[in-house]
Design a protein around this ligand. Structure first.
Ligand SMILES: NC(=O)C[C@H]([NH3+])C(=O)NS(=O)(=O)OC[C@H]1O[C@@H](n2cnc3c(N)ncnc32)[C@H](O)[C@@H]1O
Ligand SMILES: [Mg+2]
Length: 430
């Protein structure tokens, strides 16, 4: 690797020092007999200035180099309050690694064009900021999970059964057999708790959803936890502590990046346990009181959740959903057989569901019955049912959609901007 310093590490106190920088030509302008190149690298930007007096050769090259060309620039540091970062480099050398005549992304590029050239859009400092925030959210998650005694496990992605309904399975040919891309690692995490008790995984989950909404991808990153001996209320405490730590730690480490997306940090600062908890019944009452046409027993979609989130200025839980709108593995509420011990975490500001979780049915016969009630074949879940025959325990877990969390934290207008290469029903390339 070449000896270089990051743009962000060049400080006014380094005045007079000679530095070498490597990056891409982010902005360029000529003023009289000076060429100003704003150089970009992964740490940020810095202004560099070229004149004939500094170096005729460097000045000539600087005049002709194109936007987003890759370059190595050398020169001396000069403190200058007029420069974007309060400091600039008076350059006397520029090596053009690869000259770009015309970079296809311009200021007026449409969203669809940016997605068509997403591989080039990743040059953008704003896109890099999204990925830094996403990485920091996961760094924070790992910190919290380690200190709270959770084991990371690595479940399969090639599977033979549905977790969240057969209608959103991606089917593929597995030699002579049929297989699916995993919708959720949950069932495998439920097997892992018999040895590790508290497990987590970050895996890609796949949903052949035709929903063309601002919060659905067909491939997304899924952070899932499963805890033995935990009931629904235990796992809600885990959820709110984990999400609070992720958000507060990311606020601490990535404030500058977040500020380029949102000015109001209120809801992020409010993300501290305990989160408000309302029942599904109360949620229906609130929606009806606001004129939303919804009856008890109906599922809440993005529109209903958007209205509900208007009542809160932090993430909150909705618990106690009707059994018939929820998945087969969820434990029936012993106090009300119409309901299950399930809860979603909704993010405020209209974002809605970011976590789906529940206590699992741990009784063998009841689980078989739930599978049958859902019109599925228990034979397809034989291994999963074994977990209820050999030392079954009460257990609960949840899945957090990482891109949905990023979309809320950064106030993005669509979940697709929260992932490196978005996959939606109409987008599989690049
Ligand atoms: N281990 C578990 O208990 C997880 C459970 N089996 C599960 O998959 N629940 S979920 O379907 O609500 O999905 C969980 C979360 O996964 C996210 N999710 C769910 N579907 C999507 C799509 N299509 N795009 C992006 N994100 C999605 C969203 O935040 C959901 O709350
Ligand atoms: Mg859900």
């Amino acid at each position: 690797m070449i000896e270089k310093i990051y743009c962000a590490d060049v400080k006014p106190k380094m005045e007079g020092e000679r530095v070498r920088l490597a990056g891409w030509v982010y902005r360029k302008r000529e003023v009289g007999k000076k060429v100003f190149i704003v150089l970009r690298d992964s740490s940020g930007i810095i202004q560099t200035i070229f004149t004939k007096e500094l170096s005729e050769e460097a000045y000539r090259r600087a005049k002709q180099v194109g936007i987003e060309s890759s370059v190595v620039i050398e020169g001396r540091v000069k403190a200058d309050p007029r420069a974007p970062t309060g400091v600039e480099v008076q350059a006397d050398k520029i090596e053009i690694i690869q000259d770009v005549e015309f970079f296809p992304i311009t200021k007026d590029a449409s969203d669809e064009f940016l997605l068509d050239v997403r591989h080039l859009h990743l040059h953008s400092p704003k896109v890099a900021s999204v990925m830094k925030v996403k990485a920091t959210l996961m760094q924070a998650a790992r910190e919290w999970l380690l200190q709270d005694g959770w084991y990371e496990v690595f479940p399969p992605i090639l599977v033979t059964g549905a977790v969240e309904g057969g209608s959103t399975l991606f089917k593929l040919k597995y030699f002579e057999r049929e297989a699916y891309l995993s919708q959720s690692a949950q069932l495998y995490l439920e097997a892992a708790i018999f040895g590790l008790e508290k497990v987590w995984s970050l895996t890609p989950s796949f949903r052949a959803e035709k929903s063309r909404t601002r919060r659905h991808l067909t491939e997304y990153w899924h952070l899932e936890l499963e805890g033995a001996w935990m009931d629904l209320w235990d796992i809600l405490k885990v959820e709110e502590e984990l999400v609070s730590y992720m958000v507060q730690r990311t606020l601490e480490l990535r404030k500058k990046e977040i500020e380029t997306f949102r000015k109001d940090f209120t809801t992020l600062k409010n993300t501290e346990p305990p989160f408000p908890r309302i029942s599904y019944d109360e949620a229906i009452d609130i929606l009806q009181s606001k004129g939303i046409n919804i009856e008890w027993g109906e599922d809440m979609g993005a529109d209903e959740e958007r209205v509900l989130t208007g009542e809160f200025d932090s993430p909150f839980f909705v618990y106690g959903y009707p059994k018939h709108i929820k998945a087969f593995y969820m434990k029936e509420d012993p106090e009300d057989p119409r309901k299950v011990l399930a809860a979603d975490m909704l993010a405020p500001e209209g974002y809605g569901e970011i976590i789906g979780g529940s206590q699992r049915e741990d009784d063998y016969n009841k689980l078989v019955q739930r599978i049958l009630d859902e019109g599925m074949d228990p034979k397809n879940y034989e291994w999963y049912l074994d977990l209820r025959k050999y030392g079954s325990v009460p257990h609960s877990g949840f899945g957090l959609g990482l891109e949905r969390l990023v979309a809320w934290v950064l106030n993005l207008d669509h979940i697709r901007w929260a992932t490196l290469f978005p996959r939606t029903p109409s987008r599989l390339y690049p």
